[in-house]
Design a protein around this ligand. Structure first.
Ligand code: FAD
Length: 443
C-alpha cells in the first residue's frame, strides 16, 4: 500500500498511475479540497458546491492556462475521455511601461515598442530568436539571466524589459536567477505561437477543477482513497515500511510519495541524511498573492498585461474573460491581479480588507476609468510555496526523486527545471515517480 502526500496535480498524477496499475493508494491532503495551486472554487464564493449545481464554472484561485506544448496534460485529458473540454484560444498580450501599454500580441508588436530605440528593438528580437533556437541549457545554468541578456541584447534591453519582470517575480533575488530559467520561459511562450502568428493558449471548459475531479473519480474507481483536511506531520522509517502520522491517524505504508515543497519535506521526514536535509532546506520559494475580481465591466483590452513598473504592486493584470468566453461565468468579467512576494511582504501579510481598500487606487493608475463600483465579488488567495527561486547553479541543488530512505520519494514543483513549474510538468513528474514506486514494490 502506498501513501501520496498532497492532492495537487503532482500527487493526483502519482495516485492516478499507481491506482491504474493495481496498487492500493491513500492520498492525504492538508486542504479540505483538491487541486493545490490549481484549485478551483465557485465564482460565487462560499464552500464548494457539487459540479452541476454551480451557476458558472469554478475559477482557479491562481490564474491558469495551458500551452500547446503541454502534451502530458493533453494526453491525460484523452485518457480520461474529456479531451472535448479542451479549447485553445488566441491570446492577446500587453506590456505596461512608463504609463503606456504596448500591444505585443504578435511578434511584430516588437517593431512598435518605442520604449526601446530601434537598435535595441532589433537586438531584443535577435535575442529572442536566438533563445528560441537554442537547444541546450546546461551552460546557461552557470550564468545569470542578467549576464545573458546584457551580453546578447545590451543593458537597456535588460533594464526595460526583463529586469522589472524578474524583479516582480523574484524580488531582490532577480539578478541571481539563472539564464536557463529565462531561456526555458522564452521557449515555452513561443512554443504556443506558430511562426509570426499569435500565441494560442488552452483552457478546460469547467476549469482545471473539472480535470481534478475526473482524476479523483478515476483513482477512486481503482480503489484509491482520499483523506481531506489531513496535514501529514511526521514520516518515520520503520524496519519494514514507513509510518505516516496525521492528526488522529497513524498508518504504515510500503512506500510514500511526498509532493510538497522540499522545505516541508525536510521538517516532516525523520531519518534523512544530514546533507540531504540541508539540501532540501536550501531550496527557497517566493510566495504569491492572487486577487480574483468579478467585475461588472471589462477593464483591460488584452488577456495578459505584464506590468514593468515595480512601484505597481502586481506583476500582471490578467483579464481571464478577455480570452475565455464570458458566458461560462454567467456573463461576468473576471480579472486576476498577481503578486509574487517574500512571505514577509506587506501585501502578503495584510488583511483582505486592507488589500481591497488599496486596489481601486492602484488599478486607476493603469485603467483611469476603474471604479470600486465595478467590483461585484472578490477572492484573495495566498500560496506560501508558489515559485522556486531558481538561482545560478540551481541544477546542482535539485534533489532526486528517490530519497536516501528506501520507499520514500519526493516529487515537488521545485524539482522541475529549467522549465518553469506547471500542471503539465507536475503530472509528468508524478507519472515518472509512480513508475519508480511500482518498480520498487515489485523488487
Ligand atoms: C500564480 C500561479 C500561476 C500559475 N499559472 C499556471 C498556469 O497558467 N498553467 C500551469 O500549468 N501551471 C501554472 N502554475 C503552476 C501550477 O499551479 C503548479 O505547477 C502545479 O499546480 C503544482 O502541482 P503540485 O502538485 O506539484 O504542487 P501543489 O499544487 O502545490 O500541491 C501540493 C499539495 O500538497 C498539500 N500539502 C502541503 N503540505 C502538506 C502536508 N504536510 N500534508 C498534506 N498535504 C500537504 C498542499 O495543500 C497542496 O494541495 C501557476 C502557479 C502559480 C502560483
Amino acid at each position: 500500500m502506498v501513501a501520496v502526500v498532497g492532492a495537487g496535480f503532482g500527487g493526483l498524477g502519482v495516485a492516478y498511475k499507481l491506482a491504474q496499475a493495481g496498487v492500493r493508494v491513500h492520498v492525504y491532503e492538508g486542504n479540505p479540497r483538491a487541486g493545490g495551486l490549481a484549485e478551483g472554487v465557485p465564482l460565487e464564493g462560499g464552500s464548494h458546491l457539487k459540479a452541476g449545481t454551480l451557476k458558472s464554472a469554478p475559477i482557479e484561485r491562481f490564474y491558469h492556462h495551458l500551452f500547446t506544448s503541454d502534451s502530458v496534460f493533453i494526453e491525460t485529458l484523452k485518457e480520461l475521455g474529456i479531451e472535448n473540454r479542451l479549447r485553445f484560444f488566441p491570446s492577446t498580450n500587453g506590456f505596461w511601461h512608463k504609463g503606456r501599454m504596448y500591444d505585443i500580441s504578435r511578434p511584430t508588436g516588437l517593431l512598435k515598442f518605442s520604449a526601446l530605440s530601434v537598435k535595441d528593438r532589433i537586438r531584443l528580437g535577435a535575442f529572442i530568436l536566438r533563445a528560441r533556437s537554442r537547444k541546450d541549457w546546461h551552460a546557461l545554468d552557470k550564468i545569470s539571466a542578467r549576464e545573458w541578456v546584457v551580453c546578447h541584447a545590451g543593458e537597456n534591453v535588460y533594464r526595460v524589459v526583463w529586469e522589472p519582470l524578474l524583479r516582480a517575480k523574484f524580488g531582490d533575488k532577480a539578478d541571481s536567477i539563472s539564464a536557463a530559467w529565462l531561456w526555458s520561459k522564452i521557449r515555452l511562450r513561443s512554443s504556443s505561437r506558430k511562426g509570426w502568428g499569435r500565441e494560442r493558449l488552452g483552457y478546460v471548459q469547467g476549469g482545471f477543477d473539472f480535470v481534478v475531479q475526473s482524476l479523483i473519480r478515476d483513482i477512486e474507481r481503482h480503489n484509491g482513497r482520499f483523506f481531506w483536511g489531513r496535514n501529514v506531520t511526521e514520516i518515520l522509517p520503520l524496519s519494514k515500511g514507513l509510518r505516516l502520522v496525521t492528526a488522529g491517524r497513524r498508518q504504515t505504508y510500503d512506500a510514500i510519495v511526498l509532493t510538497v515543497a522540499p522545505e516541508i519535506a525536510s521538517r516532516v521526514v525523520h531519518g534523512l541524511t544530514l546533507p540531504e536535509q540541508a539540501r532540501l532546506g536550501t531550496i527557497r520559494h517566493q510566495a504569491n498573492i492572487c486577487i480574483v475580481l468579478t467585475l461588472k465591466e471589462s477593464i483591460s483590452s488584452v488577456y495578459w498585461l505584464s506590468v514593468a513598473d515595480t512601484s505597481f504592486p502586481f506583476v500582471a493584470v490578467i483579464e481571464h474573460t478577455r480570452m475565455i468566453p464570458r458566458e461560462w461565468y454567467g456573463g461576468k468579467h473576471i480579472v486576476y491581479l498577481s503578486r509574487y512576494t517574500d512571505p514577509k511582504d506587506r501585501w502578503y501579510t495584510a488583511t483582505d480588507k486592507e488589500i481591497l481598500d488599496e486596489i481601486p487606487r492602484e488599478l486607476r493608475r493603469i485603467f483611469p476609468r476603474f471604479s470600486a463600483h465595478f467590483i461585484e465579488h472578490s477572492m484573495i488567495s495566498r500560496a506560501r510555496f508558489a515559485q522556486p527561486i531558481t538561482s545560478v547553479g540551481y541544477a546542482e541543488h535539485i534533489p532526486p526523486l528517490e530519497t536516501s530512505i528506501p520507499g520514500l520519494y519526493l516529487a515537488s514543483m521545485a524539482q522541475i527545471y529549467p522549465i518553469d513549474r506547471g500542471t503539465n510538468y507536475a503530472l509528468k513528474q508524478g507519472y515518472e515517480t509512480a513508475e519508480k514506486v511500482r518498480k520498487y514494490l515489485a523488487r
